[in-house]
Design a protein around this ligand. Structure first.
Ligand SMILES: Nc1ncnc2c1ncn2[C@@H]1O[C@H](COP(=O)(O)OP(=O)(O)O)[C@@H](O)[C@H]1O
Ligand SMILES: [Mg+2]
Length: 324
């Protein structure tokens, strides 16, 4: 089996993913999204997209190129995990919101601000619909970069102006979103890993503070502590359904428990991992095991079909010989 790992700057998980695939005797090659042509990837059994949404602040064009390449590969039948449509919801939280809310999945109400021109209209609309606090963040982001919570119109306007000016400096062009704040009734969230519609693992992350004294943000790269956690059936079903409606074959969902039931904050189709965490190593192994099984599936069904054909030839011969 041939695996292509599509990446931007190579981060440590990619080397470990390659090692795990090689343990299954897969040939693994790395392709930098900035240099690759899609034709180079056609002959692979799996193109594993590890171009993170967090690349957006430094190289937004590469995310657009990733989507284009995945679309071309899918058109010629190459298996891409995740697919172009799944990667689109990875690179646009607003697209994710639309996909989830159109399918009645509980997720924060969201308003897109795509230009500075009339952002005040969006601010007033958000205040009217959500009240305070309001969460403001980049439409394409990751690792909790530029995720804020604000408590007044004045602070929200100031925060958005600052966010626009940081974006201008970085060349980030994918807009911002305003969200209703979802109040958790636990002191942690829950991250749920799913591959190919099956629950793989879950863990919790404690909330840490930002822009307030109370703790509300779950982010391991910003200091949340991970703990073992068994999610409820409702939480698992929510994570599976969310991945199904967004075409995400492999991803980790962030779920917050509220008085109205579990709420899906986001899906991460290209999550990061820490190699000094034994839990992360174990999770990566489970993911590779499931992906290898998935790639082998068509081969297994061809073998089964061939066996069925042989079986039917044998039984025809048997019938003939008994008749003779
Ligand atoms: N609307 C919201 N209501 C409550 N908490 C939120 C909301 N949006 C984000 N958070 C908290 O902030 C964290 C980071 O936000 P997220 O949208 O996942 O950004 P990133 O893509 O940077 O991880 C989430 O895991 C969640 O704990
Ligand atoms: Mg997140």
């Amino acid at each position: 089996m041939k695996i292509a790992i599509l990446h931007h700057d190579v981060e440590s998980p990619e080397g470990y993913f390659a090692k795990l695939f090689r343990e299954y005797s897969c040939d693994v090659d790395f392709f930098d999204i900035r240099a690759v042509c899609w034709e180079e990837l056609i002959s692979y059994d799996l193109v594993f997209n590890r171009v993170y949404s967090s690349v957006a602040p430094r190289d937004f064009e590469s995310l657009e190129k990733t989507i284009e390449i995945l679309k071309k590969l899918e058109n010629v039948g190459t298996l891409c995990v995740n697919s172009s449509s799944a990667s689109l919801v990875d690179y646009s939280k607003y697209e994710l919101y639309k996909a989830l809310s159109n399918n009645d999945i509980f997720t924060p109400e969201t308003i897109l601000i795509d230009s500075k021109k009339d952002f005040l209209t969006s601010v007033d609309k958000a205040i009217g619909l959500f009240g305070f606090p309001i969460v403001a963040k980049r439409n394409c982001g990751g690792k909790s970069y530029e995720v804020y919570r604000v408590n007044s119109r004045e602070k929200l306007i100031k925060k958005l102006k600052d966010m626009f000016s940081v974006a201008d400096k970085e060349g980030y062009k994918s807009g911002f979103i305003l969200q209703e704040f979802i109040k958790a009734n636990r002191s942690h969230d829950c991250r749920i890993g799913v591959v190919d519609g099956k629950f793989l693992f879950a863990y919790s992350r404690t909330f840490v503070s930002r822009d307030s004294n109370d703790k509300w943000i779950a982010s391991t790269s910003n200091g949340s502590i991970e703990n073992n956690f068994e999610p409820t059936r409702e939480e698992i079903e929510l994570a599976i359904k969310a991945k199904e409606v967004t075409n995400v074959m492999y991803g980790e969902s962030d779920v917050i428990m509220t008085d109205k039931g579990p709420c899906l904050i986001e899906i991460n189709p290209s999550p990061g991992y820490f190699l000094d965490s034994l839990d992360d190593l174990e999770r990566m192994k489970m993911i590779v095991d499931s992906l290898v099984k998935k790639i082998k599936q068509p081969i297994i069904s061809i073998v089964l079909e061939e066996n069925e054909e042989i079986a039917s030839i044998v039984s025809e011969e048997e019938i003939l010989s008994t008749a003779n």
